[in-house]
Write a protein that binds this ligand. Structure first.
Ligand code: ZN
Length: 179
């Protein structure tokens, strides 16, 4: 079992002061429910390295890399498609300082809880979610992406002879639909 050296939330300030580093972090798919909902499956634990510290201007930062191999549904052929999501991140909760130094472009701003803790698993999951492709597709010419002839959908044939929605039989039977 890979190591998850922290819980859902970490004390941001203390880790910054200690310049804490976590290498070889493995986040089990069960801890990534939003990512799981956004793809067909998560193929293994997400891997991360995370470092806390202060940059030269004194901003407390969390930086590092997180990656995860997932299976998406190809929008062209409908077959599963493997994708490795990989995100380099560098964020700070020091909003005002970042603004005054005009560093908003180089650093993402994050929110800490009222107790000064960072929801680190949510944060790392957010990073992965941002890497999801807008349109998941096999590469052009990928033999895995062939649509079998018989399954080609003729757009003109649609409509007529289309099976009715299984819910259409329920119409008129629901209390709200009466009268
Ligand atoms: Zn495809």
């Amino acid at each position: 079992m890979g190591g998850l050296p922290f819980g859902e939330r970490v004390p941001f300030g203390a880790l910054v002061s200690r310049r804490e580093r976590f290498e070889g972090v493995e986040i089990p798919p069960g801890s990534l429910p939003r990512l799981a909902a956004a793809c067909l499956s998560i193929l293994g634990p997400a891997k991360a390295r995370v470092a806390f510290g202060r940059d030269l201007q004194g901003l407390g930062t969390i930086s590092g890399q997180v990656s995860c191999e997932v299976e998406l549904s190809c929008e062209r052929c409908g077959n599963p498609l493997r994708e490795t999501l990989c995100c380099e991140f560098c964020s700070t909760p020091d909003r005002e300082l970042a603004h005054s130094l005009r560093l908003e472009d180089r650093l993402d701003l994050i929110e800490l809880g009222p107790d000064g803790t960072l929801a680190i698993l949510d944060y790392l999951e957010d990073c992965l979610l941002l890497e999801l492709p807008v349109v998941a597709r096999h590469a052009e010419g990928d033999p895995a992406c062939e649509v079998p002839e018989g399954l080609m959908v003729d757009p003109l044939a649609e409509g007529e002879g289309r099976p009715e929605s299984p819910f259409s039989a329920l119409r008129g039977q629901l209390p709200g639909d009466r009268g």
